[in-house]
Design a protein around this ligand. Structure first.
Ligand SMILES: [Fe+2]
Length: 306
């Protein structure tokens, strides 16, 4: 269950005032207590009932130029501030089943019914509407290798709603939620931890009924580019992929490099040989994923070889 931050503050601050406070060098989103201490600031921003509508109007007047430049999310999100490697601030819309966007787009763009953890911590506050629902779980990240299908000791905590003015700190790699639609259109505001290393940390999708990892949600562009480098990068590209397979600090990238090197082999025998290297890796994730890929390739070998 995310940490609930008691925030009885009733006065309001502006977005620039929040930014100024967060730019204090003592604010450290990697430290749980430091991050939690910013909760009352977020509550005070949420007490400001005008700032978000004013930003929306300004964006529309400017043809959403700033959103186009800085917002990598869908139209569910308004990026409010992104100027540091340490954090960014955003607003999220949570439609209800009665809203036309929900009827036309379904639940998946809003991450409803997709139980997941987060590879970053974030503070959130309910700003408008009754708030989205979540069924909350916790798990021990350190005890998980990260293989799809792996059993996880998911512990159900409770079902709760992000009500207006409620401030919560979602802890990276600990809090899991199965997010459920809001009863009416709702908006939350987040302060998100940001760091260049975050895309290399895994975020999982869970099967909460079976208590298993259902998949890995995090992706970095490196994983897609590795395929190109291994297949079409020539000797230089292959050297690069080899070095990633041998020693990249992210085990997901290490395995992706190994998988693409294997896939670039001319026959199944060569591919299995490469994956054999991975099965003996000292890294538990690389070893387990190599065994997973070996089993997949072996099962389809007759079909592949025609
Ligand atoms: Fe989430």
């Amino acid at each position: 269950m995310p940490r609930i931050i008691a925030s009885p503050e009733t006065d309001a601050i502006t977005l620039p005032e929040l930014i100024e406070a967060l730019n204090d060098p003592h604010f450290d989103p990697t430290d749980e207590d430091s991050f939690a201490a910013a909760g009352p600031l977020l509550k005070r921003l949420a007490n400001n009932r005008d700032f978000l509508a004013e930003i929306a109007v300004a964006e529309l007047k400017d043809r959403c130029h700033r959103q186009s430049a800085s917002n990598r999310y869908s139209s569910q999100v308004i990026m409010l501030h992104r100027a540091s490697e340490k954090y960014f601030v955003r607003a999220n819309f949570w439609p209800s089943p009665r809203d036309s966007v929900f009827k036309t787009s379904g639940t998946s763009p809003f991450f409803y019914h997709v139980p997941h953890d987060h590879n970053f911590s974030f503070l959130t506050v309910g700003y408008l509407g009754p708030g989205y629902w979540s069924e909350y779980y916790e798990y021990d990240y350190e005890r998980v290798t990260g293989i799809p299908g792996e059993a996880v000791d998911l512990r159900f905590i409770e079902k709760a709603r992000l009500e207006p003015g409620k401030v919560m700190l979602y802890r990276a790699h600990k809090d899991v939620h199965d997010q459920l639609p809001a009863d009416d259109m709702s908006i939350s505001i987040n302060i998100m931890h940001a760091a260049p290393a975050l895309p290399f940390l895994s975020q999982y999708r869970f099967d909460v009924k079976e208590k298993k990892i259902a998949g890995i949600l995090s992706r970095s562009s490196a994983e897609a580019l590795l395929a190109l480098a291994a297949h079409h990068g020539g000797g230089n590209g292959r050297d690069l992929v080899e070095s990633f397979a041998a020693s990249h600090p992210c085990d997901r990238i290490q395995f992706a490099a190994l998988r693409e090197l294997a896939a670039a082999q001319p026959d199944v025998e060569g591919q299995l040989e490469f994956l054999g290297r991975g099965r003996h890796s000292a890294d538990a994730f690389v070893a387990a994923m190599s065994a997973f890929e070996t089993a997949r390739l072996t099962a389809h070998r007759r079909w592949i070889e025609g």
